[in-house]
Design a protein. Structure first.
Ligand code: URA
Length: 222
């Protein structure tokens, strides 16, 4: 008996699929899809409206990497256009970085979510999904060839460094290097939006501004 594939954007009942985790199988990781829309390296595409590729200057010296698209990005198909993107835009402006000069992408290109009532709530991608999507991130790095990458949050940092144990706090103090590439780590904009007090929010926001300013000047001087 054959089962019909669920329509894109419909919830898929993974519990009925044997020997397949929600992140996909080992064989899926061997696939080398030609396009992001055709990507089946993990199973997140099933519940997503759009795959969300990176956007921005293809010759940018500065690349920003987030975690994964959110609800708005999933609907529109562009990175950082929702509330986290609005915060990111204000931080970039304060740091003196024009968004059109940078390349913005995510570690994972499909929105991972769970339904709560009528809302699609963000779920943090698992290591297998990050690993599956490193295929696309590595391609973007090879094509754009930035001098500096800003990792926005721990998932982005681990994806860029290919190190699942990398600690955000440690790298916020000490940028990493991969050959010539410098990796500056800072908070994810959603962390700033969710901060428990206005003081904590302001402090995290100021750290983001400093990190972006620093990354921008490093990219200009290299
Ligand atoms: N959060 C991210 O990490 N990336 C987006 O594109 C939007 C929200």
């Amino acid at each position: 008996m054959t089962s019909r594939a669920p329509e894109r954007g419909q919830r898929h009942d993974v519990s009925r699929t044997s020997k397949r985790t929600s992140a996909g199988t080992q064989a899926d990781l061997q696939q080398e899809p030609e396009s992001l829309d055709a990507c089946r390296r993990c199973t997140l595409w099933r519940d997503a409206t759009h795959a969300v590729p990176g956007a921005g200057s293809s010759h940018a010296t500065l690349m920003l990497v987030g975690e994964q698209p959110g609800d708005s990005e999933d609907r529109v198909g562009l990175p950082f256009v929702g509330p986290a993107g609005v915060l990111l835009d204000t931080v970039l402006e304060e740091a003196g970085v024009a968004r059109k000069t940078v390349y913005v992408t995510n570690a994972v290109k499909h929105f991972k979510w769970e339904l709560r009532g009528k809302r699609r709530l963000h779920k943090t991608p698992g290591q297998r999904e990050v690993e599956a999507c490193a295929y696309w991130l590595d391609r973007e790095l090879a094509q754009v060839k930035p001098k500096v990458v800003v990792a926005l949050g721990a998932t982005a940092l681990r994806a860029v460094l290919h190190d699942p144990s990398a600690r955000l706090n440690a790298h916020m103090e000490h940028p990493a290097r991969i050959g010539e590439l410098v990796v500056v780590a800072t908070w994810h904009p959603s962390y700033v939006l969710r901060a428990s007090s206005s003081e904590a929010r302001e402090a995290a926001r100021a750290q983001m501004v400093d990190a972006l300013r620093h990354a921008h000047s490093l990219a200009a001087s290299r």
